[in-house]
Design a protein. Structure first.
Length: 283
């Protein structure tokens, strides 16, 4: 939870109200909570600027909380999953609930490192997307539930994704939306996703990845990193972003190409690259 992010505080407070959490420690003067398979840490800085936060959490855990999680060996504890609670900003003011992996496919303009992608968490993120959709339907709200493509920091080494409330200040602090996101996290599905779902990298399309989101919502694919059209158009390169995305998507078996990819040379290059990586191209 980021104390500088209204939506993050809203979701974090909703988790404490809706769930069964106990305070078990402190980190940099802030409480650490445990419950429902999660440890919740509070940070004073915005998520975008929390490069290496997973290493800080691991060190804190090993020094202060050994034995807190059953069957977890002591010493350099791995983080199975890092979930950033966050706001989403949009100039269009779209009412939305979104998930996306962190990382920068090109220059780092909003935190993180240039051309660095943390490991994505495709199965967990797909489960979060579906859980968000169910919870918003149950509340009768009309927000768009979607993924976003890979587009900002922080730079971490652990599987991670953002879950966000968009897209304006009044909504970031809306208690109902905070509860919807909190309940989606507390559903249990996120920590026990369906391992049989095919894992894909997405390539092509726009920022909100509607085609990829639709496939993920229907349980057809779980997407890791996603490369939008504008990244390839700006660089004239498809190999670099695709190599980064495949390398940072654990368990990937296929590359899902958006129908916006109409350039014959680009499609031919994509087919050759995907084949060289030993993956299937899904048109």
């Amino acid at each position: 939870m980021s104390r500088k992010d209204e939506a993050s505080v809203n979701i974090g407070n909703s988790l404490l109200e809706e769930g069964d959490f106990e305070e078990i420690s402190t980190f940099e003067g802030r409480p650490v909570y445990k419950g429902h398979g999660f440890l919740m840490y509070e940070m004073d800085d915005l998520h975008l600027h929390l490069d290496g936060v997973d290493s800080l959490i691991r060190r804190h855990f090993d020094m202060n909380l050994p034995g807190t999680i059953p069957d977890r060996p002591e010493g350099d504890t791995p983080l199975d999953l890092l979930v950033f609670l966050s706001k989403h900003s949009s100039g269009a003011g779209i009412e939305s609930l979104t998930v996306h992996p962190p990382g920068n496919l090109s220059e780092a303009e909003h935190g993180g490192r240039s051309r660095y992608l943390p490991p994505s968490a495709p199965l967990h993120m797909a489960a979060a997307l579906r859980s968000l959709y169910r919870e918003k339907k149950a509340e009768g709200i009309r927000d768009r539930v979607s993924m976003e493509v890979t587009h900002h920091g922080p730079a971490v080494d652990s599987p991670s994704f953002f879950i966000e409330i968009g897209s304006s200040p009044g909504r970031w602090s809306d208690p109902l939306l905070g509860r919807v996101v909190a309940r989606s996290l507390l559903s249990g599905e996120i920590l026990a996703p369906d391992p049989s779902t095919p894992i894909a990298v997405g390539i092509g399309g726009g920022h909100y990845a509607p085609r990829f989101s639709d496939r993920a919502l229907r349980g057809k694919f779980a997407f890791g990193h996603m490369v939008p059209d504008h990244v390839m158009e700006a660089s004239g390169d498809i190999r670099g972003p695709l190599d980064l995305s495949v390398g940072a998507t654990p368990g990937v078996t296929c590359v899902f190409a958006h129908r916006s990819l109409k350039n014959a040379d680009l499609l031919r290059d994509l087919d050759e690259i995907v084949s060289s990586l030993g993956l299937e191209l899904v048109p």
